[in-house]
Design a binder for this molecule. Sequence first.
Ligand code: NAD
Length: 325
Amino acid sequence: TALGPALGGTRFFPFSSEDAALRDVLRLAKGMSYKAAAAGLDLGGGKAVIIGNPADLRSEHLFRSFGRLVDSLGGRYVTAEDVGTTTDDMIAIATETKWVTGLPEAHGGSGDPSPATARGVLAAMRAVSEYLWDTDDLSDRTVAVQGVGKVGTSLVERLTKAGAKTVIADINTDAVNNVSSAHGSVVVGTDEIFGVDCDIFAPCAMGGAINADTVGKLNCTAVVGSANNQLETEDQADRLAERGILYTPDFVANAGGIINIADEFHGYDWRRAAVAIDRIHDNTARVLATARERGINPNVAAIEVAKERIAGIGSINLKRRGHTS
Ligand code: NAD
């Protein structure tokens, strides 16, 4: 909470034990702290977990009770959707507390964050393009998109408008067929997508896309995508660097969703949110420049940039709250 209230979603999942749930929530909250800090938001990082199977346990009673718990924290933690929770659950929470975001548009919220996330990923790609090719023009670039769900589909649409060629893969054949007929994308298999000869590989499916099996197959110049936790282990950032592939840290490129949600604190306005999302371009450029100056990989650089902001602005905030002289 050094930068502000801790914002992050509620994950509803049948964790095997309280220890497993605690490990996950701490890892996720840490990631949210870096994401908010690197995005330039005055927000901390938080996350909540509810242990159980949503298919059996989801009820209004559960989410209103949870809403009261969130309310008891007095705004230090602000919740939102995550795996296993829905906008309807957020409406139930909102009956008990104002410390909830990601509400549907009809309830004064910002609705589905996916188009905002895709907009931010495109901004990061333009920054990468300037860094590598001295132009933000993506026309005639080839981008391989792994996963054409909510974010991947919106990203392909934006890339097509920008003149880029897209190659796509998804385990859901309806999804690939729809995107391919709408945007002329080339379809390949879910294993094949890693080795596609392309300029940018965009992981937009599940976490861990870059791992010991896949890192050697990549045939791209840069990795820029929306998926959370793209690196199965952090040392994969070094493997990518050794292969001459520029990695854009996921939490920098995919911050569009949280930036959009954070605008709800001011009474949601799409134009203001869009301006803030487009700053992902500059945030990405700053991280890549820091990595080059310090001779470190971009993932380590992004964490350093985030920690420096948390320490710097956090110390001003502490003084403001009267915690130090
Ligand atoms: P989604 O569930 O709508 O889409 C994911 C897609 O990936 C689905 O179409 C699924 O079939 C496909 N997929 C799953 N496994 C695959 C595989 N092995 N190979 C190819 N395709 C596979 O999710 P989304 O909201 O589009 O999010 C995509 C990623 O971006 C997730 O990792 C998510 O955590 C992350 N993310 C999303 C947002 C957002 O605003 N939605 C924000 C930040 C990060």
